[in-house]
Design a protein around this ligand. Structure first.
Ligand code: NI
Length: 207
């Protein structure tokens, strides 16, 4: 088991749902005028400043993407199954959006952030993301930089099982986030439902 069990994710989102319900209750006195649907993560404290390194060794900060929508996924390049699958659904979802709405797709910067800085050098994350898409940037950093970024994005990770070949797994949450042009969280992307569902969700919140 190298990824989070569902109950953890469910309780995480249940707590977000409670926050949402409280916000609704606070607004119940307002006249109902059929407001536009709000992105599900509106107001959530997820994401923010980081300082990391891209695949060619340049320093990259969250603020560098001001004005752009962003997809953020944390994982590790040596992940045998779930990270590659999630990355594939995200890359294919973006490709589908490129076909249906190229202007929207061009507004989005997708990024993969390593939670395995010991093995994921800039070169390794670069090769990893390039296997899925030429749009994704791969980011890594010092163990401290990675820990700080993961905390800011509410991502859990720890070293997992040792393998017979001397390698090891990482336990980590696998959530793909969509952020808006001011770095505000908008939604999670349903990689478990496939590329079309991912494209649909992005299309819904990118305007
Ligand atoms: Ni993984």
């Amino acid at each position: 088991m190298n990824h989070l069990a569902k109950p953890y994710r469910n309780s995480f989102f249940a707590s977000l749902a409670v926050a949402g319900a409280l916000a609704l209750a606070a607004c119940s006195g307002a006249p109902s005028e059929g407001p536009a649907e709000e992105p599900p993560l509106t107001g959530a404290t997820i994401g923010g400043e980081f300082e990391l390194t891209n695949s060619v060794g340049e320093t990259v900060r969250w603020a560098d993407f001001d004005g752009q929508y962003r997809i953020v996924y944390f994982g590790f390049a040596y992940c045998p199954d779930i990270c590659p699958n999630d990355m594939s659904q995200l890359a294919r979802g973006l490709k589908a959006l490129e076909k249906s709405n190229a202007d929207k797709a061009a507004m989005i910067q997708p990024m993969f952030i390593s939670i395995d800085p010991e093995r994921d050098t800039p070169e390794v994350v670069g090769e990893f993301v390039a296997a899925f898409s030429d749009k994704f940037i791969g980011l890594t950093g010092t163990p401290q930089q990675v820990k700080s970024a993961a905390d800011t994005f509410r991502v859990y990770y720890e070293r997992g099982e040792d393998l017979d070949n001397g390698q090891y797994l990482m336990n980590h949450s696998n959530i793909a986030y969509l952020f808006g042009p001011s770095g505000e969280p908008l939604a999670t992307l349903p990689t478990d439902l496939g590329a079309d569902a991912v494209a649909e969700e992005i299309d819904k919140w990118v305007n």
